[in-house]
Design a binder for this molecule. Sequence first.
Ligand SMILES: *Cc1c(COP(=O)(O)O)cnc(C)c1O
Length: 391
Amino acid sequence: MMSACSESSWPSYRAGACLTVDLDAIASNYRFLRERVGRASCAAVVKADAYGLGVEQVAPVLEAAGAQDFFVAHVDEGIRLRSVVSENARITVLHGPRPGVANDCLRYGLRPVLNSLEQIAIWRDEAHRVDVPLEAVFQVDSGMSRFGLSVADIERLRENSDLMAGLKIGLVMSHLACADMPDHSANPLQRARMLEMCAQLPSAPMSLAASSGIFLGSDYHLDMVRPGAALYGIAPNHVGPNPLSAVVRLQAHVLQVRDLLPGDGVGYGMIYRAAEPRRIAVVAAGYADGFSRHGAGQGCAWFEEFRLPLIGRVSMDSLIVDISDVPEGRLDADMMVDLIGSRRSVDDVAVAAGTIGYEVLTSLGHRFYRNYVGKAESSEKAIDTSAQNTR
Ligand SMILES: *Cc1c(COP(=O)(O)O)cnc(C)c1O
């Protein structure tokens, strides 16, 4: 059980809610995945501020756990990451170079993914300019139609090898569209397509699987896997229990406890009306903190062993739960309830809101007090950032 915020502990008290991030759980998820993929190497995806959990805190912990390869989406994210990992860490930028930023990739030691002939040309020109062979990752589109070279693009490269003069292919990658559905026929088709496309390119290590793909079996591991979500405790599929450790706990303060009389309306639009006397708690987290107004009807909080159903609309800074089942006097203002915790996972919150765990994590607000526990507990950086977040 991760150590959490307590009601009286400063400065979490000043914030509405406290987000506890268990860095040891992230390290242990990394080691679990790495073991699972055997001799394939296991990278770590830390785009979008490590899925909203804080790249400054998370990336050094992953590096200490053995990660040598990191993926981010944008050049800016790569520059930020560069300052918190060692020089040896390899940083790959998924969206590759856009015109004018190739030089930044070089300056900060970022390896671009080249997703099109245009991006290959940008990186080739850069190699030509600095007169040194430059490494890159080539992405091939094996069926998702999102990023990567098409069969026709690869044909062009075969016809004219000048197009990639001065480039060294460090990795060929592709991405699965349906990996969270292990029986989906697109999975083996994408794998076969990728192998065919790779055979047409100069030989290089290959990477296909992200979190869910790892659980499709060793055929999908190839030379490198690229998990993100699984590191942060999100379930890779809906088959069986989640094998990963929970990473986040979100506790929010109760601002007020109130009694409802029959007929009383609750919140904007008064979409909830008490049919009988009820007791409610107003909780300090709202849609500005990532709690979607949409789907609030399935939402709940937990206090000890009591499930507290969400009622009425979610406001910007608060939401309201029914606490009638809690014996009177046990839950009062200034105490905290769990919005995400041992009884309600990130994935449960996602299902209630009609979305996926990825969106719940990356929507978590920036005004929570952030409590990092585990490896970096005493690091200056963790403390600095938390202090900023509570301003
Ligand atoms: C985001 C992303 C990943 C990581 O995906 P998860 O499902 O979070 O493990 C891997 N590869 C690419 C290309 C991505 O965009």
